[in-house]
Design a protein around this ligand. Structure first.
Ligand code: ZN
Length: 156
């Protein structure tokens, strides 16, 4: 249920292939390797998608909304091992990928324009994207257990 653009960025993250400042600093193209979102940290894959305050805030917001802890390390493997239904796993995975995508977008916006949207607005944006995607891709048959969870998290 993840949007293709979110999956693509997640694939780049997992391959450490995004062009971040740490890489440019290593190549001596730039001396600035600081995170645009929280200055004292380095602009690295590990920092941006695991440690950065924005990423943590977005994942915390998605966790509250989806009633599912999405803040743990190695979260995609954690979701995969959970005894959740397929629908819940897909929606939680889509939410994590959307959070990472929005971290990447906010990081770029901060770097190029100096603009960072407030966290609550970004969480609402993620929520709208995931609900819209769910409505486009929702399974024809929803189990009673899924129905209860989907109602609880306001999908149906
Ligand atoms: Zn940061």
């Amino acid at each position: 249920m993840a949007l293709p653009k979110h999956s693509f960025i997640a694939w780049l993250i997992s391959n450490r292939a995004l062009q971040l400042k740490d890489k440019l600093a290593r190549l001596q193209i730039s001396q600035d390797d600081m995170c645009c979102l929280c200055q004292p940290a380095s602009d690295t894959h590990q920092h941006l998608f695991e440690e950065c305050h924005l990423c943590k805030s977005l994942l915390r917001g998605a966790s509250i909304w989806l009633s599912s802890d999405l803040t743990q390390r190695d979260i995609l493997h954690v979701i995969n091992r959970k005894r959740w239904s397929s629908v819940r796993k897909k929606l939680c995975t889509a939410a994590v990928l959307a959070c990472w995508y929005m971290v990447w977008m906010q990081r770029n916006s901060a770097q190029t324009e100096g603009i960072v949207t407030d966290t609550e607005s970004v969480i609402q944006q993620i929520r709208r994207m995931i609900v819209c995607r769910f409505n486009d891709c929702k399974p024809r048959v929803v189990s009673p257990k899924d129905r209860i969870w989907l109602c609880k998290v306001h999908f149906i």
